[in-house]
Design a protein around this ligand. Structure first.
Ligand code: C2O
Ligand code: CU
Length: 488
């Protein structure tokens, strides 16, 4: 139903030949046979203040019997959920993979020297032991490797995990907090998978343009599983860990859910909605009501960059469609069933929450800068402000403690813009007020129309260990849609 006009016939005609590019469809009849979705293992560092992560090679079966060569932290694919709280956090990361990796703490507000970006590679056999201070409100963050020109490949292989900041007060807030029971962590990743269950990552030209998307969904590294919810309010921590896919999440029955947190923490006023856009790198926490006992199916609309929808994206999506024979379309993410035997804990949606105390003030703004993400910037191609990323060039120097406005625009496609080491608030989107899901504090925002960000820099970063700003479509980032800045 996403096919349009005459091109639909071409798409439909060739669809059989290119079945790998089709998104698998969900059949409720199979729900009883589906394996139960499991959570990433929880590594609670709130007491120990440390955690060991070992990047290693693994073998992962996602579908059928196909063994895929993957990477993970402490396991074959992805890594544990690290739970940290205010105060010291001294993890130890060891690399057992032949190529260099890094561990970037996406969303953690710490100095550049601990940030784990491209300037902090860990060679095979080496260890990295940053000594950090966590000092920010509860939030769902994540960690992933960030070696320039390898990020797309290595994150796709599995080098990512969740970093949860907790203050232990969610019971007082009346929020679900029982890990894996009524507080579910869902890492969303689409993969290009063949009928045998082999996953590939071989971006060709259109994939570089649009970012590498797939035809099959993994949730927490699992294919074709079903989540089990108690007959109550359930919290979903949604992490878009995909290389490129932009989701517009909603339930098949269009049930309303409550957005309680964005990238950097709780919203003061939770918002009811039925559809939630989530671009690569972004996180959102929602409360969903399962008290009726009815099963549910989490779905997503088509990616605006991949197929019909949105200006040039639309046009190029059609060109791609000619090649791939199938346009991107609505996909099934994850089915839920209700287990009535689990004692319900939380039975109502959230009221007002104590929101992050970032207190960004427009009156404090000392400077305005503009950034344009582009696929064809000047002679440079994938670029920001017509410059392709260069490890040896610092693009921006920011004053420590200052507040600025960053105007961010994009050409042709929608690009998720992420800034390291800082938190921001979206002031406007395309001259209008931000859309509801962009009202909270954030570190990544999807830029279609120009956005204005109110951003403060409280953490230092030197020339040796600068912070990055970049498009979080990993193929774009690897191709050079990234810049770096110091804070001093
Ligand atoms: Cu999640 Cu610079 O990255
Ligand atoms: Cu991009």
């Amino acid at each position: 139903r996403q096919f349009l006009g005459g091109t639909a016939a071409i798409g439909a005609g060739l669809a059989g030949l290119y079945a790998w590019n089709r998104v698998d469809n969900f059949a409720y009849a199979n729900i009883g046979k589906m394996p139960r979705l499991t959570m990433p293992k929880l590594l609670d560092a709130t007491e120990s203040r440390t955690a060991k992560l070992v990047a290693q090679k693994g073998s992962s079966v996602f579908k059928e019997q196909a063994a895929n060569a993957t990477f993970g932290f402490n396991q074959p694919y992805l890594g544990p959920t690290l739970r940290v709280s205010k105060g010291d956090f001294n993890p130890i990361i060891e690399n057992q993979i032949p190529t260099p990796i890094s561990v970037h703490w996406h969303g953690l507000l710490i100095p550049g020297a601990h940030d784990g970006g491209p300037h902090l590679p860990i060679a095979k056999g080496e260890e990295w032991a940053p000594k950090m201070q966590v000092d920010q409100p509860p939030a769902t963050l994540w960690y992933h490797t960030h070696i320039h020109e390898r990020t797309g490949h290595d994150v796709h292989k599995g080098l990512a995990g969740i970093l949860q900041i907790s203050d232990g007060r969610d019971d007082e807030r009346g929020l679900p907090s029982d890990y894996g029971v009524d507080d579910l962590t869902l890492v969303l990743q689409d993969r290009r998978m063949d009928d045998q269950g082999f996953v590939s990552y071989q971006p060709a030209m259109p994939d570089y343009m649009h970012g590498f998307t797939g035809n099959a969904m993994l949730v927490n590294g699992q294919y074709g599983s079903v989540a089990v919810a108690p007959k109550s309010i359930v919290r979903l921590r949604l992490i878009n860990g995909s290389n490129a896919r932009i989701y517009a999440l909603h339930f098949e029955d269009e049930r309303a859910f409550q957005l309680i947190a964005t990238d950097s923490g709780y919203l003061e006023n939770p918002l009811m909605m039925t559809k939630l856009p989530l671009s690569p790198g972004e996180r959102a926490e929602i409360l969903v009501d399962f008290s009726s006992g009815k099963p549910a199916l989490l779905k997503s609309d088509a990616d605006p960059n991949q197929g019909p929808g949105g200006m040039m994206g639309n046009m190029m999506g059609r060109m791609r469609g000619m090649v791939d024979a199938v346009f991107d379309r609505s996909i099934d993410i994850l089915p839920f069933v209700v287990d009535e035997r689990v004692r319900p804990r939380i039975t109502k949606f959230a009221d007002k929450l104590d929101a992050p105390a970032f207190n960004l003030r427009r009156g404090d703004v000392v400077k305005t800068r503009t950034f344009i993400m582009d696929l064809m910037g000047g002679t440079e191609g994938f670029s920001i402000n017509n410059q392709r990323f260069d490890m040896g060039r610092i693009d921006v120097d920011v004053a420590l403690g200052s507040t600025e406005i960053w105007r961010v625009g994009s050409h042709m496609l929608a690009h998720p813009f992420h800034v390291h080491g800082a938190v921001f608030q979206v002031l406007s989107e395309g001259q209008s007020l931000p859309r509801p899901h962009n009202l909270g504090f954030k570190d990544t925002v999807l830029v279609g129309d120009e956005v204005e960000l109110l951003i403060r820099f409280d953490h230092p970063a030197s020339k040796e260990h600068p912070f990055m700003y970049h498009c979080h479509i990993l193929e774009h980032e690897d191709a050079g849609m990234m810049g770096q800045f110091t804070v001093s």
